[in-house]
Design a protein around this ligand. Structure first.
Ligand code: GSH
Length: 221
């Protein structure tokens, strides 16, 4: 059976978890605590970059959440979540990459920087730009590029649903608010949802990781 290395707090792992659940794919979960266990033992041979998620399917290993989602889509095409029609495919990819390149780095800043700092204000401004852009891209459809859930909804949904925990209300973006309510009605999303206490633990982990990365960067100067 497909092995899934994950942690329920990890947004990148939750993308894959949701894809597995939405597609009804059987899997064996392997919890990685991220307390240093990702840096040693068997896991290092599975992912030399020390990251989750990873899947190992019949001896075939895939790292990187977006690559894993594509693998699952190709191997388990029903329900289809990556339409091949050119404009829809481009929309799905664009939303995934905008989430990774424009939204997530700002979420990390918002978690790390103090609330009234210029950095936090800048991050909020950029997040608002992303929300305006996503409102345009969603248009009047139920999901990104489609009337059915796509891989874009999973990637963007995990980011956008975390925003109210960071003081960003979606009520200024009614279409995205309705879309996020649509997502939260789905059993897979209810199952993988983080409680506010879990989100606080996630924030602490992010702060610790950013501190560590900055310390390493300073040492290399
Ligand atoms: N680009 C990778 C990023 C994976 C990633 O950063 N995973 C985090 C959890 S969300 C992790 O494993 N962090 C542990 C570490 O950096 O030591 C992906 O999309 O899978």
């Amino acid at each position: 059976m497909l092995k899934f290395y994950y942690n329920p707090l990890s947004p990148n792992a939750r993308r894959v978890w949701l894809t597995l659940l939405e597609k009804g794919i059987p899997f064996e979960p392997v919890l990685i605590k991220l307390d240093g266990d990702q840096l040693q033992g068997e896991f290092v041979t599975i992912n030399p970059f020390y990251h989750i998620p990873v899947v190992v399917d019949d001896g075939f290993r895939v790292v990187e959440s977006l690559a894993i989602m594509d693998y699952l889509e190709a191997k388990y095409p029903t329900p289809a979540m990556l339409p091949s029609e050119p404009q829809v495919l481009a929309t799905v990819r664009m939303v995934q990459l905008v989430t990774d390149n424009e939204l997530f780095p700002q979420i990390i800043s918002l978690i790390y920087e103090t609330e009234d700092s210029p950095q936090a204000a800048q991050a909020k401004q950029h997040i608002n730009k992303v929300l305006q852009f996503f409102t345009q891209v969603l248009g009047d459809r139920s999901f990104f590029g489609s009337e059915q859930l796509t891989l874009a909804d999973i990637v963007a949904g995990i980011g956008i649903l975390s925003l109210p925990n960071l003081g960003i209300n979606l009520s200024d973006y009614p279409k995205l608010e309705e879309w996020s309510e649509r997502l939260m009605q789905r059993p897979a999303w209810q199952k993988t949802k983080l409680s506010s206490e879990e989100f606080e633990v996630f924030k602490e982990r992010v702060r610790a990781l950013v501190r560590l990365r900055r310390k390493k960067a300073d040492q290399n100067k």
